[in-house]
Design a protein around this ligand. Structure first.
Ligand code: HEM
Length: 428
C-alpha cells in the first residue's frame, strides 16, 4: 500500500540534496534512524533521543509547561508584527490601536491574538506551577529548576503588566497607576522603585518609554534565556519527574552526585560512576515520532484556540487615557486584583508583606521541604501536609481575586455583581 501523500512528499523532500543537508536522515524507518533523527537536527537535538513513557502520559504534566512555551512563541511572533505599527508615544499610541482596528489588514486579529495569548500565558504558567507542586516535581534533583521557574513566573507577570500600558487608553493608564502604587507601598525601596519604573511621579511619556523598552527587549530577552536554561535543566535532571522504580538510585545518592536514572550520561562516564550501559532503559520510547508529534499537535491546538478567541472576542480598548478622570473603581490587571483587595485592608500587608513572603516561600520551598517522598504522583499521600498548606494559600488567592474582580464597585465598596453598576470595568 502506498503511504499517504504528505508522507510521500516528506520522503521525497528529505531525500533531495537540500533535504539531506538539513535533516541528514530521511524519514526514519529503523530505531537507529529514529535516534539519528533526534541527534542530527538542531530542533530535534533539543529533545532527548528517547523519553520515558511516564513523561508522555497526558494526565501527568497535562502539557501545561508546553502550552506556556507555545504561548510564548505566539506572543513573540504576534508581538514582533505589532511592533511594525506601534509607536510608543503618548500622542500616537492610542491612534495606532485604532489604526490596527480600522486600517491595518488583520490588525485587530493580530492585537486580539497577542492580548488573549498574554492572559492565557499568565494563567497557564500558574497552572504549570501548581502541577509541578502537586506532583512533588520540585524535589531533588529539580530544586534549582523550580527556582528558575519562580523567576519565569515573575517574568511572565512583568511582561503582561508592562504590555498593559501600551494601548494608552483609560484601562491601561489606571491599571498601571494602581499597579505601580501597590509597588510603592514597600518600605524604603517602594517609592524609589515606583519612581524608577515610571521615570517620574505619575504615569506619562517617561513611563510609556520605560514600559515599552522593558516589554519588547529586556523582559522577553531575559525570559527567552531563562526558558532555554529551564528546558535544558529538564534534560540534565534526567527528564521529567516520575515515581521511583526499582533500580533508580536517585534517592540514595549523596547530594553532590549527578543523577544516574537515565540511560547514559557523558558526565557520569567522566566522573567514573556507573553508567547503565547494557541495561535497556526501562520503559523508554523514541522521541521521534512519539514526543515530537505530540508537541506539534499541542502547538497547533494552542494556536487554534488563540485564533478562535481572537476571531470572536475583541481586546478591550476604552477611551483615550485621561489622567484627571479616574474610573471608579480603578482596578489593577486581574492577576494583581487579589493583592489590590488586600491593599484595601492594609497597604503594608497587600503591597509588601504578603507578596514578599509568597515569593520568598516559593523560592525556598524545595530547600525547606525535607520530605523526599511522593515525587511523580499527583496529590501523593506522603505529601498531605505540604499539599494542604499550598491548597489553602491557593484558595485564598482565588477568593481574593474573585472578590476584587466581581464584588468591588465604586470606592472599592461591595457590589452585587448581578446588578449592573453605573461604572463598569471591562476586559480585566
Ligand atoms: C515561562 C514559563 C514556563 C515555561 C515556558 C515552562 C516550560 C516547561 C516545560 C516545557 C517543561 C517540561 C514539560 C512540562 O512539565 O509540561 C517544564 C518542566 C518544569 N517546570 Fe516549567 N515552565 C515555566 C514556568 C515554570 C514555573 C513557574 C515553575 C515553578 C515555579 C516551573 C517549574 C518546572 C519544573 C520543576 C519542571 C520539571 C517538572 C518535572 O520534572 O516533572 N516552570 N517547564
Amino acid at each position: 500500500m502506498n503511504p499517504p501523500a504528505p508522507k510521500r512528499l516528506w520522503q521525497w523532500f528529505a531525500h533531495t540534496r537540500v533535504g539531506r543537508s538539513i535533516f541528514r536522515v530521511g524519514l526514519p524507518q529503523s530505531n537507529l534512524e529514529r535516534a539519528q533523527a533526534m541527534v542530527s537536527s538542531i530542533l530535534l537535538h533539543i529533545q532527548p533521543a528517547k523519553v520515558h513513557r511516564h513523561s508522555l502520559k497526558p494526565g501527568y504534566t497535562l502539557g501545561l509547561g508546553l502550552v506556556s512555551l507555545d504561548l510564548f512563541f505566539i506572543l513573540t511572533a504576534t508581538g514582533v508584527l505589532l511592533m511594525f505599527y506601534y509607536v510608543p508615544s503618548t500622542d500616537r499610541a492610542y491612534q495606532t490601536m485604532k489604526d490596527l482596528q480600522f486600517v491595518v489588514s488583520a490588525g485587530l486579529l493580530l492585537r486580539n491574538m497577542h492580548r488573549w495569548a498574554a492572559h492565557l500565558m499568565v494563567l497557564f504558567v500558574m497552572l504549570h506551577l501548581c502541577r509541578v507542586f502537586y506532583t512533588g516535581a520540585y524535589k531533588r534533583p529539580r530544586e534549582f529548576n523550580w527556582t528558575i521557574g519562580v523567576g519565569l513566573f515573575l517574568m511572565t507577570l512583568g511582561l503582561s503588566f508592562t504590555g498593559y500600558l501600551l494601548p494608552w487608553d483609560q484601562l491601561a493608564f489606571w491599571a498601571i497607576t494602581v499597579g505601580t502604587n501597590i509597588a510603592g507601598y514597600a518600605p524604603v525601596i517602594g517609592p524609589k522603585l515606583q519612581f524608577l519604573l515610571l521615570g517620574g511621579h505619575t504615569v506619562g511619556q517617561e513611563a510609556l518609554t520605560r514600559f515599552y523598552a522593558l516589554h519588547v527587549i529586556v523582559l522577553p530577552g531575559v525570559a527567552a534565556l531563562m526558558i532555554s536554561v529551564h528546558l535544558w535543566r529538564v534534560r540534565k535532571d534526567g527528564g521529567l519527574s516520575r515515581p521511583e522504580e526499582p533500580g533508580d538510585v536517585v534517592e540514595q545518592r549523596p547530594l553532590e552526585q549527578l543523577p544516574v536514572n537515565k540511560s547514559y550520561g557523558l558526565m557520569e562516564l567522566a566522573r567514573g560512576t556507573t553508567p547503565q550501559v547494557g541495561i535497556d532503559p526501562q520503559d523508554e520510547i523514541f522521541s521521534w515520532p512519539h514526543l515530537v508529534f505530540r508537541e506539534l499537535l499541542l502547538f497547533l491546538l494552542v494556536s487554534a484556540v488563540v485564533l478562535f478567541l481572537a476571531i470572536f472576542w475583541n481586546a478591550p480598548l476604552e477611551e483615550f487615557a485621561n489622567p484627571i478622570h479616574p474610573p471608579n473603581p480603578a482596578k489593577a490587571p486581574w492577576y494583581f486584583l487579589g493583592l489590590q483587595e488586600l491593599v484595601s485592608y492594609s497597604a503594608f500587608w497587600g503591597g509588601v508583606l504578603v507578596p514578599g513572603l509568597l515569593v520568598t516561600a516559593l523560592v525556598l520551598l524545595p530547600y525547606l521541604d525535607r520530605n523526599r517522598g511522593g515525587v511523580g504522583r499527583w496529590f501523593a499521600r506522603e505529601r498531605v501536609v505540604a499539599n494542604t498548606i499550598f491548597t489553602i494559600c491557593l484558595l485564598t488567592a482565588i477568593v481574593l481575586t474573585i472578590i476584587g474582580t466581581f464584588f468591588r464597585g465604586p470606592n472599592w465598596g461591595w457590589v452585587d455583581p448581578w446588578k449592573p453598576t453605573p461604572v463598569q470595568t471591562e476586559g480585566h
